[in-house]
Design a protein around this ligand. Sequence first.
Ligand code: ADP
Ligand code: ASP
Ligand code: MG
Length: 406
Amino acid sequence: MSTLVLKFGGTSVGTTDLISSAAKIIQKEYEDGHNVAVVVSAMSGATNSLIEHVNSIGQENEAEYDVVVSSGEQVTAGLMSLALNKLGIPARSWLGWQLPILTEGDHKSAMITKIVPDKIEIEFKKKRVAVLAGFQGISNDNRITTIGRGGSDNTAVFLASSLNADRCDIYTDVDGVYTSDPKVTSKVRKLDKVSYEEMIEMASQGAKVLQTASVESAMKHDVNLHVRSTFNPADTGTQISRDIEESNERAVTGVAYSKDEAKITIIDLDDRPGVAAEIFESLSAKSINVDMIVQNNFIERKMTNLTFTVPMTDLKKSLDVITVLENQISFTRVLSEENLSKVSIIGSGMRNQPGIAAKMFTCLSENKINIEVIATSEIKISVLIDRSMTEKAVNALHEKFGLDQL
Ligand code: ADP
Ligand code: ASP
Ligand code: MG
């Protein structure tokens, strides 16, 4: 008998009718004789409106934020159990604290450290389906935590690993992982297989179909991960796995983008050991995720210009951090720019093929798109550009690398 973890995202459970249709997907797996654990997200839009409620009170308290914002998943878990009961399937809901799902780290972005699967295994013995609220856990001091936006994916993967599940299916509103976001590029193709590494890069560069941390967990624990459509469950979707042979045939596997970028440049910064460490440690202490970093030093002047990007939502917080540092380090000015996008090409085949960066930059220049910052890894090249050019850049690169034709 196989054990399956099925996760349903916000759009898949956006109404009670949709919850009832998703319950039929669960029913099929259950009636095929599998042990089934289900992870649900909040109904689409619910998390955002809970965040708006918190913001409208206007009081910073991340522990209480988590209490409020985690509640969307509780509603769906109860509704999904009811929908299963209506189909005659014995099921019950489980909240993070009831298992428990243990987390560490800051509220709003806690990390799951352990899921105790014992109670779910008892449910399986009784031939019952367990429906878990995704996105939430508890801290060492017994407070409710949340694990970052899109975190239900990671709840599902972690649960699959804890239960030693045969498969973890992430049901969403598209048929699988595509060469780019189907909402932005019309000629996208669905990928049958993507390597963990490529998927981590695609997710971290903005392909939100899977949360980055969930793919990292899947890779670490060898979870057999699939992305499938709630609206077309007959399609087998995309498998994310360790096998990268197929991926190696192509230099570029996908194009991803993120529109939430801001750039900060510190001008005429002291060029001495420890300055960068001081700046980035201070930003990290405030949980600010720095992404692209470029430094240009003028050796004869013992000065340097330091440019880096942060999520737009962290721009103000980042500038405040730098203002505080003014007493410790010397610089002349700080410039910042909003409304930028990062566009990235990703592919493990890049390792073996020269000229990919040149081809990317030529394509952007042919389309009159100016590059502000460049960052690379072994299997990724990212550029920072004006946000208004995002769709143009994504479509042009998708075509240039023949992703519509493979
Ligand atoms: P869920 O609510 O199910 O968690 P998300 O909205 O988080 O779903 O993720 C699914 C969305 O990810 C799709 O609707 C699609 O627009 C977007 N997306 C971005 N890049 C890709 C990609 N490369 N492949 C598939 N979907 C992508
Ligand atoms: N409901 C949460 C969010 O919108 C978590 C999730 O859906 O995965 O971010
Ligand atoms: Mg998601």
